[in-house]
Ligand binder design. Structure first.
Ligand SMILES: Cc1cc2nc3c(=O)[nH]c(=O)nc-3n(C[C@H](O)[C@H](O)[C@H](O)COP(=O)(O)OP(=O)(O)OC[C@H]3O[C@@H](n4cnc5c(N)ncnc54)[C@H](O)[C@@H]3O)c2cc1C
Length: 314
């Protein structure tokens, strides 16, 4: 038993962390579980032994709401975010030295338990039983911020909220991280083309505070990603590399790193349409970007809205 006002937050992405931070600011002590090795979820950065670095999830963050704008300003002040000066019209922020820095900053001082996959949650007279591989833990309240399809697995098909979750659609995204030998062309910093199988290409190393070696991130569009989703990662990498070399005018024989990442649940196509779900007991919440739209700010909005609603009910 963890305590009377105990709260489990499942997922240490932007939604889970922003929710937990608000709760902690109100004097509560949420425990955050994530199956990943660290925090961030789709705010993801990969570093290699060769000194290469890639943001293979969210590329940058934009702010439309004052609250999120203020958070980014604070993060900039703290040295974990900066503006990515590019030809784009809207102001793009990136984590420094990588996108995960935004999540790490939010996680400071919170009780985060990484490498813990929650396999089941169930109601009991004492509240909720949260099952990890090894143990069963009791909490008064539970917040699930996993993507809708993964949240649905935790709740089970007969749960009253299952139909809401089922209506949410999230597109996959296959992502290539690539680096080449010196002297290869850099025809652009970013390129977005929804009609191209590679709908987004970015020179990751052009972002502020990144290591010098040129590193490219390419994302396949939703159609191409869905069609190749179950292929072996090495096969995906080879196919995407061929496309990337073509778009950059790069000699494929100069490749020194090419690894693909499969995001099965990447970008929301059909959102819930409201900031969160709450069950009839008022002690189970579900949230994440999938409630609103495919943006980091939407995940933040959802997490904060859950915390506010929960605090009001206490
Ligand atoms: C390739 C790609 C590019 C993107 N580009 C942009 C962009 O440029 N700008 C932008 O604003 N947004 C972008 N997005 C979207 C953005 O990344 C998301 O909107 C945001 O990060 C979602 O945050 P979240 O907290 O809702 O979910 P997540 O970040 O997915 O966090 C959910 C967490 O739950 C954990 N979890 C799931 N199941 C369990 C379980 N059973 N037990 C324990 N933990 C569990 C996961 O490990 C994960 O860490 C992009 C996304 C992708 C994939």
């Amino acid at each position: 038993m963890i305590g009377e006002r105990s709260i489990a937050v499942i997922g240490a992405g932007m939604a889970g962390l922003s929710c937990a931070r608000r709760l902690a600011a109100a004097g509560l002590s949420p425990v955050i579980f994530d199956k990943g090795r660290g925090v961030g979820g789709r705010l993801a950065t990969r570093r290699t032994f060769e000194g290469l670095q890639f943001d293979h999830g969210a590329q940058y963050v934009t702010a439309r709401k004052d609250g999120f704008r203020e958070l980014l300003a604070d993060m900039r002040q703290a040295g974990v975010a900066d503006v990515w000066e590019d030809s784009a019209c809207s102001k793009r922020f990136v984590g420094t030295p990588g996108m995960t820095a935004l999540a790490k900053h939010l996680a400071e001082g919170l009780d985060v338990r990484a490498n813990v996959k929650i396999s089941n949650i169930s109601g009991s007279t004492a509240g909720w039983i949260v099952t990890t591989g090894a143990e069963k833990l009791n909490f008064q309240r539970v917040v699930i911020t996993a993507p809708a399809q993964q949240a649905a697995v935790l709740l089970g098909p007969t749960h009253a909220l299952a139909a809401d979750l089922e209506a949410v659609e999230i597109n996959p995204c296959l992502t290539l991280m690539a680096a080449f030998g010196s002297g290869q062309p850099e025809p652009f910093v970013t390129r977005r083309d929804p009609e191209d199988p590679l709908s987004w290409i970015a020179l990751n190393s052009a972002k502020p505070a990144r290591p010098a070696p040129p590193c490219w991130v390419a994302q396949a569009g939703p159609k191409w990603s869905a069609a190749h989703l179950e292929a072996a990662p090495a096969v995906i990498a080879q196919q995407m590399l061929r496309l990337l070399c073509d778009r950059l005018g790069t000699d494929p024989t100069t490749v020194r790193y090419a690894v693909a990442h499969r995001w099965r649940y990447a970008n929301v196509a059909e959102p819930l349409g409201r900031p969160f779900l709450r069950d009839e007991t008022g002690t189970l919440y579900l949230g994440g970007d999938w409630c609103l739209e495919a943006r980091v700010e939407a995940a933040w909005t959802s997490g904060v809205a859950i915390a506010q609603d929960m605090l009001q009910g206490m």
